[in-house]
Write a protein that binds this ligand. Sequence first.
Ligand code: TYM
Length: 321
Amino acid sequence: MRILSGIQPSGTLHIGNYFGAIKRIIESQNQGELFAFIASYHALTSVKDKAVLEQNTFEAAVNFLALGMDPEKATFWVQHHVKEVLELYWLLSNHTSMGLLERAHSYKDKTARGIQANHGLFSYPVLMAADILLFDSEVVPVGKDQIQHVEIARDIATSINHTYKQDLFVLPQSKVDEVLATVPGTDGAKMSKSYGNTIDMFNTKKKIKKQVMRIVTDSKELDEAKEWENCNIYKLSELFMNEDELKELQTRYATPGEGYGHFKLALLDSMTEYFAPYQEKREHLLANPKEVHEILAYGAQKASKIAQEKMRILRDVVGLI
Ligand code: TYM
């Protein structure tokens, strides 16, 4: 089974990225043939600063590797190192109706929030379809917000298969973990950098503490019993604590005497403990960029081989000899 997923290099990783996507992407290297990449071209839709994009891309790669991505088991590369994807993007564009893209939620949401749309943002799902279809991906693990994009990839693939009367593309399936489909942010809405409600995975304890302390709760006092169901602190604690720890936390909620600040500190401790084992590897890689670049070059080479062969077939089919 061929599994593919990508993630934008958006700077500091937050726990929504991790539980919504990265963790499952990395785990899937043991379930099938995994293709995973840093979506650097996609990031150009929002990042217009050379140093920032370079640094974010490097750090995203470091994070994936520190968290367990195995470059031997999986094919792991940076999107713009395999340029065939842009050629396929053009080919797909000619089979993508305007209406299909106009209906895309993420585009509609962004324009509704007043973000000036350019053509890159509008055609973003076509590039994503190219990522998926170039590698004959069968399964695409993503968070809920990306399901529609995978459906758009299916629609485009179906249209081209129909036009050329052959099964040129595999029809991909998105795979969403229902429990983790949307990791809540500090305000209870979907955790997202653009909403300013994130909690970072790797940062100074001081910075992470500040973010945790921002978690929105009701206004119950110390001497009142509290409800863990629907509490944002509890929902996030579920990601890090085991069953016994959660039982204990429920009892603490039910017993008057503690405030939400105490539960926030308990969450902070379990988070720090959870990510601690990855820190050392991360620091090693940050200090050895050459090692990271070599791993990425190796991944790009493996991905290119497949991409080149696919494009050779496609050019022939459409008449680009
Ligand atoms: P991106 O970089 O915005 O997010 C990466 C992945 O993380 C998931 N995610 C979340 N899941 C649950 N709760 C949250 N709060 C949360 N925040 C983010 C996203 O659903 C996503 O799966 N367009 C993609 C990147 C991409 C891609 C691809 C993905 C480019 N080409 C091909 C799959 C296949 C994106 O912007 O994801």
